[in-house]
Design a protein around this ligand. Structure first.
Ligand code: GLU
Length: 276
């Protein structure tokens, strides 16, 4: 088994991350496999040098180890651009110059993505006429590349790709996450594109991550099928909540592992606190 823990170095790790990292680590240990560490740092406006080191220190303190080198996505933008070019060649993405406000207006009353409750889902909106897109881009407007579920379904008409998630075999639904952004207006790639590329490149056999990404697996498997990439097994763990019942979030500075360590917590106490 090759699995990975893939944090974004945009803040310090908290108990929710500790739970996720320990879950991934324990699965790798139990299978005699390997846990990779990957820094998902394509959002260079939010990644900070100090966080890469802090994350690695926290994970080592928890007793985890991983092979070198640790991949940093920001150093591989050409790889993601090449993936995007293949999707453009297939016609599986489209250019979207719409602003946030326009999208919100268009979304009101439009059919939503398969799971409207999914925090990552984008609506499936009627597209702007291509002539308007051309005109706006020629006039200098920036645009995002969005996934086209209709085109993907047509390209995969021979049979929906199947994948294993939490021990159940599912058919990937290209509409589940809607017209997700695959390359942002201000960045050459998005999370979805990078994660699909890197999991294949790094030979990841088992993706273990939070239940909030269960819907995203449908898009990721669809992209793997379109691009001829291997499909890993998916496992989703529960999301840890604080005493108030809310998910741990980066803004809750008090529960960072650094703060707990400064208060004298041991790694064992963290493990016990998150129930592992
Ligand atoms: N970078 C993502 C996060 O921090 C990881 C998601 C994944 O494991 O694919 O939530």
């Amino acid at each position: 088994m090759i699995t990975r823990f893939a944090p974004s170095p945009t803040g310090l790790l908290h108990l929710g991350h500790a739970f996720s990292a320990l879950t991934v680590w324990q699965a790798a240990q139990a299978a005699g496999g390997t846990m990779l560490l990957r820094h998902e740092d394509i959002d260079t406006t939010r990644a900070r040098p100090a966080f890469y080191t802090a994350i690695e220190e926290d994970l080592a303190w928890l007793g985890l180890s991983w092979p070198a080198p640790v991949r940093r996505q920001s150093e591989h933008l050409d790889d993601y651009a090449a993936m995007l070019a293949r999707l453009i060649g297939l016609g599986a993405v489209f250019r979207c110059p719409r602003t946030r406000k326009e999208l919100a207006e268009a979304a009101a009353g439009a059919p939503q993505a398969g799971d409207a409750a999914d925090p990552f889902a984008a609506p499936n909106l009627p597209r702007l006429p291509e002539a308007e897109v051309e005109r706006r881009i020629a006039a200098g407007e920036s645009f995002a590349w969005r996934f086209d579920p209709v085109a993907a379904a047509r390209l995969l008409a021979g049979g929906a790709p199947v994948f294993e998630a939490d021990g159940v075999v599912l058919e990937a639904d290209p509409f589940r996450l809607g017209q997700a952004i695959l390359a942002r207006k201000d960045a050459p790639a998005s999370y979805h594109l990078c994660v699909v590329h890197d999991d294949a490149l790094q030979g990841v056999t088992d993706v273990i991550r939070g239940a909030d990404l269960a819907g995203a697996a449908h898009l990721h498997v669809t992209l793997q099928a379109l691009l001829g990439l291997p499909v890993p097994r998916y496992h989703h763990h529960r999301l840890l909540t604080g005493p108030d019942g809310r998910r741990f979030a980066k803004r809750d500075g008090a529960v960072t592992l650094q703060a707990l360590r400064a208060q004298g917590w041991t790694a064992d106490r963290v493990r016990a606190q998150v129930g592992l």
